[in-house]
Design a binder for this molecule. Sequence first.
Ligand code: FDA
Length: 300
Amino acid sequence: MNALDRAVAGLVPRLPRPVVGLVAKRYIAGETLDSALATARSLNAANMSVTMDVLGENIRHLDEAARTVQLYQEVVERIHSSGVVGNVSVKLTHFGLKLSRDRCAENLRTLAATAERVGMFIRIDMEDSSTTSDTLGIFGDVREVHPNVGVVIQAYLRRSESDVRELARTGARVRVCKGIYREPIDIAFHDPEEIRRSFLQLVEILLEGGSHVAIATHDEKLVEGAYRLLDRIGPSVQGRYEFQMLLGVREALRDEIVAKGHPLRVYVPFGEQWYAYSVRRLRENPAIAGHVFRALLGLK
Ligand code: FDA
């Protein structure tokens, strides 16, 4: 982390809302479902599908979780009725995981049933390591009844290889990402090369095992590595993979992947909780904060 990144990371929580809003605009599809659907339509027109995320996490009361389910049900219905090519991504702490595991699982089941009725897939995002086992457990339970759910595995976690072997055995649909939270060295790789190695190994295990894999990264070394892997495995990967990128990030790389004919899905976060989300993301990844602020100040 360089000095500017460090300085920016320290400043982020004290920045006025409109300044954070300026930075966030590029990464968030507005506060409302209508604005998110407009973003989704323009991505669809550029040959990209979407996964929509209603911002929010770590709720404090179970009635907020019930509200989250309703919001997501509305998102599912509107994606379906508007003809947008997309699905949804959810965070289990937004569904009450930290308050009641059973109610959280019930909430996810309710949404999965709604999505199943319209033929839609739901992705369960992976949060920090305190949630990994519960997330995989709830995913497994709900998937037994509703096969239209998938999960995320983080390449930086040391446990992920064994988790992925089990997921591949059951044919689960898995998104592989590096992982965004700060985790201690005893449970997570910190070395960027080690994380990359783990990432490609996980993608390989899943593809070889017959799973559908979402390759979620903006790192061109990983994109290149994935191309090589897909080539080596051959035609059997057709229809069993897609690249995924976050809204507003590395759009040139995104366009290049699409131009090569690979399926690509954009993660589209939206909602009233944009401020908390943006501050957290900027603090968690000061290099990105520094990068964004340099651009804002015309330094790059
Ligand atoms: P890396 O961090 O090396 O980024 C490569 C380059 O991309 C950077 O140098 C920078 O230029 C640019 N970049 C990356 N992220 C950026 C950003 N946010 N803003 C601006 N520039 C950026 N994590 C998790 O723990 N659980 C999850 O469920 C998910 N879900 C998820 C879905 C999708 C579709 C994506 C793309 C990512 C996630 N992640 C996630 C986040 C993921 O774990 C990881 O933190 C980020 O993708 C950054 O890692 P990269 O592989 O992109 O490499």
